[in-house]
Every structure is written in structure tokens, then in C-alpha cells.
Design a protein around this ligand. Structure first.
Ligand code: AMP
Length: 424
């Protein structure tokens, strides 16, 4: 099926052609006709499936051309996502005169006010800064016809739901509402019932499955060898670009420093950094200036970073859905990628929860030529055996067989690694 058959405006068909898209992705195939028909839509799809174009193309088709009133509001949980969606909209709308403004905190008001004064058709915003503009009377939503609540579950996690409700109340009741969310917890369900009219639900693929093009693997390791293993892993992996996820901002800073000392070109991204530092980090990583991006979960959701060959979870994510979002940074738009997770004994329970969530066991492996110390992480419980140590369940002979089998499980250089081709 071609984009020309979906009922999009000619300017949008030309826009996607200029972007190099050939065929619509499954979520685009299903969402575009519904949105063009004026339906409210709830969308859930794996990360990197073309969700932005799925809502942007039909909305832009309907707007057709510039008019002074703001007719579209898109709410995003983070500044980075807002900036990314704004860029995508500008790309799609390149053959129109439609105007887009992005409003988020951490930067001055000047540019945002200039854009609003000139009149914009589409506002992409994070909730806090948009509320500021509404209170100051510098932005109005009374002409909004299309409202998009993107990454709704993330907005809930970040405590934005009351702000989102206040913003929705400022929009006309007569509107089209689109909501995208990886999961639908009860609060989001309540929001859907309150804000949407007989919505159609689109679910692409299993909600809980990571992208199929991602190979993933777990490295059990002792806590005090974690950073050594990370360095050894980076030396052996043939990566183009890698994102390393850490649990806390402090750990991200520490790992960033460590890798810099080891001659890696590293950018660090977390919420304690200033907006310009965050932008420089992302821009530099996207542009190839940095080969490693060390980040907290702020970077995990929805960010579209092309050609990430590897994701490394330096810490196991504590919420299973964050695992999907983190490894969604690689293997996007049908490219392939590898996702490695370092696991210390205390994290075994989180891994079990992730495996239950994705309904899939993740291969355990050891890095070749790494001088491992014994650790309980090699003996973590299997799903269904939580809390029981395998040695408590097996007789000595079984134990020996089990250990022999484990020793055989060895990740070979050929299967995942080749000698590093990194530039120094
Ligand atoms: P998204 O899920 O919206 O973040 O999109 C993920 C990536 O897929 C982005 O780099 C898009 O530019 C790309 N993309 C979206 N739709 C298509 C398509 N139909 N064909 C090829 N690439 C696409």
C-alpha cells in the first residue's frame, strides 16, 4: 500500500517522499484513515514504528494551509520529545505554509513569544511551560480542533496528569482527541473516558514485545566488576554508536567520566543538566561527534536517534516497561541492534520481572577473556523459582551438570562481536 492511497493531501504525499519513506508502517496504515475520518484514536505500538507520522500526516492534511488560530495541540512529556516532534512536523509540512511552535521550559520565553505572536497552526508543548503561557495569556487553545496526548503513560509517571487535565479543559469540547500510550494503567483509562469520544483503539504487535530486530543478552557480574566489564565490553563490541543507561544521574555522571578517561567520546544526558547541555549532548550524539551517550531514563522514551547500534543497560531497569523503551533506542525503523544488560545479584529480581513482562527469556552470557569473579548473579532464580537458589534444589550430580552447561554458555566473538572498528 502506497502513501498515495491513504487519502492524504498531495503536500503530505510529497513530504513523505522527500523524507525517503516508501511504504506506510502498520500503525500508519491503520491510524491515518481513522484520523482523516475524524475519529478519536487510542494508539499503542512498539517504539520506533512511525507513530509520529501516523498522527502528524492526517492532521497536517486536514489543516491544509496556514491560518492564524492554533488548531492543533500536541502534548509531550519531555523537552527532547517535544523538539523531536516539532522537527518531524516541519519536515512533513515542508511543502505547505503551516507554522509550528514548540513550547518547553528550561529556556527563555523570547523565541516562543515571537512565534506565538506571529500566529501558529500547531503548538507542540510540555505541560508546565504551556500552562505558564496560558496563565500569561500568551497562548490560546480555544480554536483547537485536534488534541494529541503523546506518551500518556509517561506523563502520568512524571506527575503531569493534573496539568494535562487543566490543559484539556482549556480546549473546546468539540475536537478530535488522539492518545498514544504504551500501557493503559487505570488513571489513563479514566483520562480516556473523560477526554475522548468513542475512541477506536489501534494496537500494533504485542504491546509488550521489544522490537524483533533487537538481539538482547544479559551479562551477570559482581557489583565491583561492573565498570570493568563495561569497559571490556566497549573494547570488544563493534559498535557505531551506543547508549548506556544508568539508574541515577550521579551514576550517569560517574560512568561518563570513567569512559572519557578511557578515550571514548562521551556525552551525558540527564535532567540535572541545563537545557543547552542536553541539546548539545543529543545534537553531538546524533551528528556522530560522540560515539557514546550515557543517559538516565529521560532519554529512554520515544527519542528517535538514528543508527544506534547498541544499547547497554548499565543498571537493570526497575520497571519492566522501561526495558522495552530503553532497548527501543536500537533496532528502530527496521534496522537491527544489540541490547546488553549488566546484572548484579540484587538485580536478578528485576530481570525476572522483565522476562515475565515480555514473556521471553533473555540469554545469559559471559564476555570472553574477562577475568570474572564468582558471583551469585550466575545463579539467579528462574521465573517460577523466585527466591530459591538453584543449588538448594539440585542434587550434587545435577548441580555438576548444571554448572558444566553454564560453562558451555559462552558468547563467542563471532556471534556478537568483531574487533572494534571505532575511531580513536
Ligand atoms: P517514530 O516511531 O515516529 O519515532 O519513528 C521512528 C523512525 O521511523 C523515524 O526515524 C521516522 O522518520 C521513521 N519512519 C516513520 N515512518 C516511516 C516510514 N513509513 N518509512 C520509513 N521510515 C519511517
Amino acid at each position: 500500500m502506497l502513501f498515495t492511497k491513504l487519502g492524504l493531501s498531495q503536500a503530505m504525499v510529497d513530504g513523505v517522499k522527500a523524507m525517503g519513506y516508501v511504504d506506510p508502517t502498520p500503525i500508519q496504515l491503520r491510524a491515518i484513515p481513522l484520523i482523516l475520518a475524524g475519529q478519536d484514536v487510542i494508539g499503542s505500538a512498539q517504539t520506533g514504528t512511525g507513530k509520529t507520522a501516523a498522527f502528524a500526516l492526517p492532521i497536517l492534511s486536514k489543516l491544509n494551509a496556514h491560518s492564524r488560530a492554533t488548531r492543533v495541540l500536541i502534548l509531550e512529556p519531555t523537552r527532547e520529545l517535544a523538539a523531536q516532534v516539532e522537527t518531524a512536523l516541519r519536515d512533513f509540512a515542508r511543502f505547505t505554509d503551516i507554522r509550528v511552535a514548540v513550547l518547553f521550559g528550561g529556556v527563555g520565553y523570547g523565541k516562543q513569544l515571537d512565534a506565538l505572536r506571529q500566529g501558529v497552526d500547531i503548538v507542540v508543548a510540555t505541560p508546565g511551560r504551556l500552562l505558564d503561557h496560558l496563565q500569561r495569556g500568551t497562548c490560546r487553545l480555544d480554536q483547537v480542533q485536534h488534541l494529541v496526548l503523546d506518551e500518556a503513560d509517561r506523563m502520568l509517571d512524571m506527575g503531569f496528569l493534573p496539568d494535562v487535565k487543566r490543559i484539556v479543559e482549556r480546549c473546546p469540547k468539540q475536537r478530535q482527541t488522539l492518545l498514544f500510550s504504551a500501557t493503559i494503567p487505570p488513571q489513563i483509562d479514566a483520562l480516556i473516558r473523560w477526554a475522548m469520544k468513542t475512541p477506536q483503539t489501534i494496537e500494533i504487535g504485542a504491546r509488550r514485545s521489544p522490537a524483533e530486530t533487537v538481539k538482547h543478552v544479559i551479562y551477570p557480574v559482581a557489583e565491583d566488576q561492573k565498570s570493568d566489564l563495561l569497559r571490556a565490553l566497549l573494547d570488544q563490541v563493534n559498535y557505531q554508536s551506543v547508549i548506556i543507561f544508568c539508574r541515577t544521574k550521579h551514576r550517569a555522571d560517574r560512568i561518563g567520566q570513567l569512559l572519557k578517561k578511557n578515550n571514548h567520546s562521551v556525552a551525558v544526558l540527564h535532567s540535572n543538566r541545563t537545557q543547552s547541555q542536553r541539546e548539545m549532548a543529543l545534537k553531538g550524539f546524533r551528528g556522530g561527534q560522540y560515539e557514546v551517550l550515557v543517559a538516565t531514563d529521560i532519554a529512554a522514551r520515544g527519542l528517535d536517534i538514528a543508527d544506534v547500534s547498541h544499547v547497554i543497560n548499565y543498571d537493570v531497569p526497575q520497571h519492566p516497561e522501561d526495558y522495552i523503551h530503553r532497548i527501543g533506542r536500537t533496532g528502530r525503523a527496521e534496522a537491527s541492534g544489540d541490547a546488553f544488560t549488566l546484572m548484579v545479584p540484587d538485580e536478578a529480581k528485576h530481570v525476572v520481572a522483565i522476562e515475565r513482562f515480555i514473556n521471553q527469556r533473555i540469554e545469559r552470557t559471559k564476555l570472553e577473556n574477562f577475568n570474572y569473579r564468582a558471583t551469585a548473579a550466575f545463579h539467579e532464580p528462574r521465573p517460577g523459582q523466585q527466591g530459591q537458589h538453584p543449588q538448594q534444589q539440585q542434587r550434587p550430580q545435577q548441580q555438576r551438570q548444571h554448572q558444566q552447561q553454564k560453562n558451555k554458555v559462552r558468547l563467542t566473538g563471532e556471534s556478537y562481536f568483531a574487533r572494534s572498528r571505532r575511531r580513536r
